[in-house]
Design a protein. Sequence first.
Length: 308
Amino acid sequence: MSESSGEYEHEAVPAAARKSLFSVAVVWAGFPMVMVGAFVGAQIVTSLGFIRGMQAIITGNIILAVYVACLSALAAKQGKTFALSCREIFSPVGAKLIAVFLSGLVVGWFAVQTGLAGHGLNSLLGWPSGWSVVAAGAVFTLLSMAGMQMLKPVSIISIVLFIITGAVSVGLNFRHHSWQQVLDYTPPSGHSLALGIGVTMAISVFVDSGTLTADFTRWSKTPFQAVIASLAAFPVANILPMLLGGVVAATGEATDGDFAHLLARSGSLFAVFAAVFFVINCASVATHGLYKVHRVLPGNAAFIFRKK
């Protein structure tokens, strides 16, 4: 019998309920196309230089893409959540341990994004930081409760705003800098990292959520569509923020990779736009994270302690 919630937490998604390639791809891509990637991209570039930094970012993303694509193909074939698959592979006891570990990581992502949203509202618009965090957390929680039907529009809006904000910010940035300056950037003497560390950093940003890909790609109609949807997220959506963060860091304008705040320097209207983008971008990650938690812990948190 199909579940009344329509989320199929306790059974495989039936063929009739599977979603289009666009729907799965855009929902998945809306998760990694976030400002955290820009921060990490900036760290990699400032530690390795632009050319070697891009090598590390591309290599890490290729490795992550292969890993997630394989898991996605299996997820579409079975139609099951990550939690259900874990119960079959690792036994109910093992699945509970995995659920506690990974759900804790994803909840941490929610906390980080909620904090970033509050910080963005405070730094860009001057709103009280504490109240901004509380309000953002409440809104993000409500959005995630709607399930996949809410993740799609949030992802689309976030992706569109990300591309617009990134393009405008970098365009404004290059009024005072050149591509040659970016290409020639090298880290200060004695501050360079090994290439392997940069690759590891690129992989680590979303390897935890990539492991949970079944919660999204189980909705795909075929394994092939699941792989294409996963590639839309890794490497495409994941690599863009890292590239943008690395570029603005290499010019010296924003060594932390925060290109959104660069946009805010152009006036109050730009600041408002940057704040809207920042909050919606954080909302995309936070809602995806809570959605995953609800799939990792089927039904409710009592799943962890329930004997089966």
